[in-house]
Write a protein that binds this ligand. Sequence first.
Ligand code: AMP
Ligand code: FE
Ligand code: FE
Ligand code: ZN
Length: 289
Amino acid sequence: MAVARQFHGPIDLHAHSSVSDGTETPAELVRAAAAAGLGTIALTDHDSTAGWPEASAAAEVEHMTLIPGMEFSTRVQYASVHLLAYLFDPADSALLAELTRVRAARFTRAEQMVARIGADYDLSWDDVLAQTTPEATVGRPHIADALVARGHALNRSAAFAGILHWKAGYYQPHYAPDPLRAIQLVRAAGGVPVIAHPATRGIDDIVAESRLKTLVEAGLFGLELAHRENKPEPTARLYELAAKFGLVVTGSSDYHGTGKPNRLGENTTAPEVLERIIAEGRGSAPIYG
Ligand code: AMP
Ligand code: FE
Ligand code: FE
Ligand code: ZN
């Protein structure tokens, strides 16, 4: 009789590699997670699954559990909303088409932002390309790295607080689907959708009860409430709404290597919650290394 494979703890369900805006390769990320004492890590690059094969191989070597995932860029008017998606089919054609569209929009938007910044600062598109790998999902963090390399900012955080802040006038949004459509796409691909850091703004903007109810009806499975960027007051309210709607609550680091202060394992997810996520995911399987 087949024995159900068991995952290892502690569990961190949100981390980035160089496939998006993390500073470590997928294999290095898995090794860093093992070194940090974690047993399970989810690879959740922005709008891409390109790191899954490399991370899976590393998880086998390191005896780590890998949850294949992604952080899907979505948008409500001018506000960007991040949707974590786990255990979906990476070959689902509708989802792939949308991800291709989002990554292309991100690329064009970054080029346009750099052209505008380049009018005032010594910065070229080649400077940005030098900070990305060919397959990477391009974002402001890569522009930040180029600004740092050119001496216009001390580090990523300083670049975000200065030239890349929307108040500086260079910021530009990019196309991204509505969260409702993103949840439908993830569910149709067999995945499990969880809203990332939902309490970074005021409660009434993005996750008002009425909007949340619509998202739950479309298949939203959880909220990432243990995350350093969530604010206390909306977080407390969202714990109540999670209980009311039967949503799971996750915790994670949102590790970006040296690109952000977030440390692996600084927030974790309960084993019972991961059990429910695994039971719900039908598009791909965890790697039980
Ligand atoms: P973008 O999606 O291109 O607008 O860039 C947003 C991304 O930048 C987010 O995914 C964050 O991971 C990253 N980010 C936001 N603020 C900071 C910061 N202060 N320092 C480093 N990375 C940041
Ligand atoms: Fe990021
Ligand atoms: Fe995010
Ligand atoms: Zn993230």
